[in-house]
Design a protein around this ligand. Structure first.
Ligand code: P6P
Length: 337
């Protein structure tokens, strides 16, 4: 019996490499270096996810016992993830500077290389305190171009740029599946890792954040130390002022909380608190990439008063209050708060 497969019945399989090459055509003169750069990130996240998926099977669980620049006890997977990203990205001659949540100072890679025109800023494993309890964690990344006239001797200037200067940004969420979400400024696209093949396959083309959602996402334990208007705003959502009663979802892992917000809509907040008067999330490698994606998907991201992407950073590890989500909830926030 002849096996007849109607070609229309087999959806085209697009890998992230193919997608990047198609997107890359939008960057005149970026002769493949950009796609080569992004392949460093996809390769690193495949190695990270392989370790994350086996965390309970090796002695990697538990704390490395070292305190990082954030004053947080480093989990062993943090250290591994950081080393893998630095290794994979240092092999890309187009990258001059790397900045990581795990490193106090930016790293100079490819010293003196004339081709080094990009900086990559990343949080290798965000939400890592959740690793030992098997809750989703994530990697975030932000890609910036070397500013005009800045040399390799001024690595900080490569990364201390407002988020609006990002040429690409994204995250990988290591959840029930491993999903890469990225944008080069023309929409947001999601890829699911097929572990059997080891390839990221386009699963969420042109992701759009719903105009309005049903969830708000905040750590309510700190409610008494939020600025009063934030607490009142949350009461409004609970009270149905936007025409629906909201439910609460809070994973405590920013990438997972944002991924749900991107798919389902609603609002994710990390307000100023007594312990973190400037907010807890880091501007360069948490807020900026997420804000870039939020806006590219039709949502909004602010620090309470201004666009996250307009903030001019003054230090690599600076923190910011963060409110991101659907247009309706954020418009109400801006009117009310
Ligand atoms: P809290 C994880 O440590 C993280 O940086 C983000 O991923 C997450 O959104 C936030 O902290 C959770 O902080 O204070 O609610 O535990």
């Amino acid at each position: 019996m002849s096996e007849h497969t109607d070609s229309a019945s087999v959806a085209p399989i697009v890998t992230v490499q193919q997608h990047i090459l198609q997107e890359q055509k939008r960057f005149p003169g970026a002769s493949g270096e950009f796609s080569w750069l992004l392949s460093g990130i996809t390769m690193a996240t495949k190695l990270i996810q392989a370790k994350v998926r086996r965390a309970g099977l090796s002695d990697i669980l538990g704390e490395q016992g070292v305190v990082n620049v954030q004053g947080e006890v480093q989990q062993k997977l943090d250290v591994y993830s950081n080393e893998v990203l630095v290794h994979c990205l240092s092999a890309r001659e187009s990258i001059g500077v790397l900045a990581s949540e795990e490193n106090e100072e930016p790293l100079l890679v490819h010293k003196g290389s004339e081709n080094a025109n990009y900086a990559v800023v990343f949080d290798p494993l965000d939400g890592s305190s959740n690793i030992d309890v098997n809750v989703s964690v994530g990697t975030t990344f932000s890609i910036l171009r070397r500013p005009e006239g800045v040399s390799l001797n001024e690595p900080e200037k490569w990364v201390l740029q407002p988020g609006s200067k990002q040429i690409a940004a994204g995250y990988v969420v290591y959840g029930s599946s491993t999903i890469l979400v990225y944008s080069v400024g023309k929409g947001v696209h999601g890829f699911t890792l097929d572990p059997a093949v080891g390839a990221y396959i386009l699963s969420h083309p042109n992701m759009r954040m719903p105009e309005q959602g049903n969830y708000y996402s905040v750590n309510e334990a700190y409610r008494d130390s939020f600025p009063p208007r934030y607490a009142e705003y949350i009461e409004r959502l609970r009270g149905g002022v936007l025409g629906r009663k909201y439910s609460s979802r809070y994973i405590g892992s920013m990438v997972a909380d944002f991924h749900r917000t991107l798919l389902k809509g609603g609002v994710f907040l990390y307000p100023p608190t007594e312990n973190n008067r400037e907010g807890k999330l880091r501007l360069l490698y948490e807020a900026n990439p997420i804000a870039f994606l939020a806006e590219q998907a039709g949502g909004t991201a602010i620090d309470g008063t201004q666009r996250i992407l307009d903030i001019r950073p003054s230090s690599i590890h600076q923190r910011t209050p963060f409110v991101a989500g659907s247009r309706v909830e954020l418009a109400d926030f801006e009117r009310f708060v």
